[in-house]
Design a protein. Structure first.
Length: 263
């Protein structure tokens, strides 16, 4: 069962499971906590897992005006300070990964480690075909899964779904706009994950990986944007190993040679 917390920006729904080091699972755009089904039990076995649903998603109501990744990051910062009470690991899929990166840039003291999976740092219109956004309509057949999750949970009612989709598409067209310089300011250990057939191009993901100084990269073979649902055993193992362990010393570092002191 979940509950609400009154944050400054929005009344936010969240769930908590398990005991141990705190981990936030940040769902993707137009999704709910339901998509974390393959992760919840395994992560909660050794961690205190927090699952907030962002504004206009799941049980959390929409707000007046446009939606923005920066506002969602501010909500997440408020959640960390009000509910978690200190630093945590952030695991974000897609939009959730974007939010995690923005939180790390704005409030580095609240972040232990980051996993950004299927995340982009430039607007979708700049990294992929623009006609994909034109086809992202509330009644499109491929939106059925997202629509059903929204209708089952939203306090705003099923009739508000087209409004949310319209706001999200406008956000996708214009955001995020995270500069390479800001990504270079992220000091937290970061795992960048992507499917080998992801809607986020591999070239863009590699650019993200190279921009974050203390980062690691994993490409999940035989998967799409939904890699954490398609191969959960593999993805969970990669993520939990990253969160729970220090990096191993490598024999022939290239990118990390300076940081490790190797010559």
């Amino acid at each position: 069962m979940g509950e609400y917390i009154e944050l400054p920006g929005v009344k936010t729904w969240y769930e908590v499971e398990g005991e141990g080091a705190p981990v936030l699972l940040l769902h993707g755009g137009l999704c709910t906590n339901e998509t974390w089904g393959p992760q919840r039990a395994e992560f909660a076995a050794d961690h205190r897992v927090f699952l907030p649903e962002r504004r206009a998603h799941g049980h959390t109501p929409d707000v007046e005006g446009a939606l923005s990744y920066h506002d969602m990051a501010k909500d997440t910062i408020d959640f960390l300070t009000s509910v978690v009470g200190g630093p945590a690991d952030l695991v974000g899929w897609s939009d959730g990964g974007i939010v995690a990166l923005l939180v790390a840039i704005a409030r580095p003291e609240l972040i232990r480690k980051i996993v950004a999976t299927g995340a982009n740092f430039k607007p979708a219109s700049e990294i992929g075909p623009t006609d994909a956004l034109d086809e992202l309509t509330a009644d499109a057949p491929e939106m059925e899964m997202f629509r059903s999750m929204y209708e089952a949970a939203s306090p705003d009612g099923a009739e508000h779904w087209p409004v949310v989709v319209g706001k999200m598409v406008e956000m996708f067209r214009a955001e995020p706009n995270i500069s390479i310089e800001d990504l270079g300011r992220i000091g937290a250990p970061t795992l960048v994950l992507v499917g080998d057939d992801d809607i986020v191009p591999l070239e863009h993901t590699i650019e993200l990986y190279r921009a974050i100084p203390n980062s690691e990269l994993a490409v999940v073979p035989g998967t799409s944007h939904g890699h954490f649902m398609e191969k959960p055993s593999l993805v969970n193992r990669l993520v939990l190993d990253f969160l729970d362990n220090d990096p191993v010393p490598t024999m022939m570092p290239v990118r990390r040679a300076t940081a490790s002191g190797s010559t």
